[in-house]
Design a protein around this ligand. Structure first.
Ligand SMILES: [Zn+2]
Length: 140
């Protein structure tokens, strides 16, 4: 089976900006953030979707989502936090079980990625924000 991009990120074949990691789960910044700190949480072991994920490992995603939600709210003062988890071969952007976590403000547009002027600005954002979140989660 051809490896998907999340498996490659877990195996460090693709560079990512991680914010949290444990034995079962890796969390890293979305390269096209809706809002500042938009994070994707994946299982390290490959599962296609909610129907195939081992429940104990899938449960770990929620534990991490809770940490990230709290951190994003504290750091960036969001009105709320969205957890987004999509299943189905035709609708998943990456066919590897994952969950998006991003903050939302009532008057904010959810397309931060469109505001990056160039690749340098995106990379600056990725390294600065991932560091901030990582440090904050470590204190929880
Ligand atoms: Zn995978």
């Amino acid at each position: 089976m051809k490896k998907d991009s999340f498996c490659k990120i877990v195996n460090r074949e693709i560079i990512s900006f991680p914010v949290y990691e444990d034995d079962d789960v890796l969390a890293f910044l979305d390269i096209e953030p809706k809002t500042t700190g938009h994070t994707i949480i994946v299982t390290k072991k490959h599962f296609n979707d909610i129907e195939s994920v081992e429940p104990e490992i899938g449960g770990g995603i929620f534990t991490v989502a809770q940490k990230i939600s709290k951190t994003l709210k504290d750091l960036f003062e969001y009105d709320g936090v969205v957890l987004l988890q999509i299943n189905g071969e035709k609708v998943q952007d990456v066919r590897h079980f994952h969950m998006h976590v991003y903050g939302e403000n009532l008057n904010q547009k959810n397309n931060l990625y469109k505001s990056f002027k160039d690749e340098k600005e995106r990379k600056d954002y990725m390294s600065k924000v991932s560091q901030k979140i990582k440090e904050s989660i470590a204190k929880l």
